[in-house]
Design a protein around this ligand. Structure first.
Ligand code: T46
Length: 182
C-alpha cells in the first residue's frame, strides 16, 4: 500500500503512498500509522502544518526546532512542485552536514520523512505550491532556529530568479557558524 525507500541519510525516508486511480481521479491513504509501524517506524505526530508559497523560487528554510521540542516531519506537496531538502546536523553523525534533496509534487505524491536532528527546507518549482506536513512536536518559537539556505552546499534547482526569502531566513547563520543543539 505504501512504499518506503531509504536514502543516503540514515532515517531520512522517501515515502510513496499507493494511489488508487479510477474514472473520478484517485484515492490514497496519505498517512497510516500501521504502514509506518510495519516498517518499525514508531512516530507520533501531534501537529499538521500547511503553507502556500505563491511565487516560484520561494525558499523556506533551513529550519529546525531545538530540544526539548525537536520535531520530526513528514512532508508532502499538496499542490505544485517543490525541491525538498534535509540536512543532517546530529552531533557525531557520520553524515553530519550532508544533505538529501528530492522533488515532491502533487503529481508524484511522494513524501519525505525527516527525523529530528535535521534541518528542513524547500524551494518552490512552480507558483502557488503548497506543502502539508506532520510534526512530532508542537510549535515552540523559543526553540525555532534557521541556517542559511545557501550555506550547506545544496544543489538547489535553477529557477532563474533570486530566491524569495523571509526576513528571518535572509539573515540566518551559515552552517559553518552553526552550533548544533542535537
Ligand atoms: C512553523 C510555525 C509558524 N507559526 C507562525 C509563526 C509566524 O507568525 C508564521 C510564519 O512562520 P515561519 O515564517 O517560521 O514559517 P515558515 O518559514 O514556513 O517556517 C517553516 O518552514 C520550514 C520549511 C519548516 O520545516 C518549519 O516547519 C517552519 O520553520 O507562522 C506557527 O504558528 N506555528 C508553526 O508551527
Amino acid at each position: 500500500m505504501t512504499d518506503f525507500e531509504r536514502t543516503p541519510l540514515s532515517d531520512v525516508i522517501l515515502v510513496t503512498p499507493r494511489r488508487f486511480g479510477d474514472h473520478r481521479g484517485f484515492f490514497s491513504e496519505s498517512w497510516s500509522a500501521r504502514a509506518f509501524a510495519e516498517q518499525g517506524l514508531d512516530v507520533t505526530f501531534v501537529q499538521d502544518n500547511h503553507s502556500l508559497s505563491s511565487q516560484v523560487g520561494t525558499v523556506r528554510g533551513l529550519h529546525y526546532q531545538s530540544p526539548p521540542h525537536a520535531q520530526a516531519k513528514l512532508v508532502r506537496c499538496g499542490r505544485g512542485r517543490i525541491f525538498d531538502v534535509a540536512v543532517d546536523v546530529r552531533s557525531g553523525s557520520a553524515t553530519y552536514g550532508q544533505w538529501f534533496g528530492v522533488e515532491l509534487s502533487f503529481e508524484n505524491g511522494k513524501q519525505l520523512m525527516i527525523p529530528a536532528g535535521f534541518l528542513h527546507g524547500f524551494m518552490t518549482l512552480e507558483p502557488d505550491s503548497e506543502i502539508i506536513y506532520k510534526c512530532t512536536d508542537f510549535y515552540a518559537p523559543e526553540c525555532d532556529g534557521a541556517v542559511r539556505w545557501d550555506s550547506c552546499g545544496i544543489d538547489w534547482p535553477d529557477v532563474g530568479i533570486a530566491p524569495v526569502l523571509s526576513e528571518k531566513d535572509a539573515v540566518a547563520v551559515p552552517l559553518s557558524e552553526f552550533k548544533t543543539p542535537f
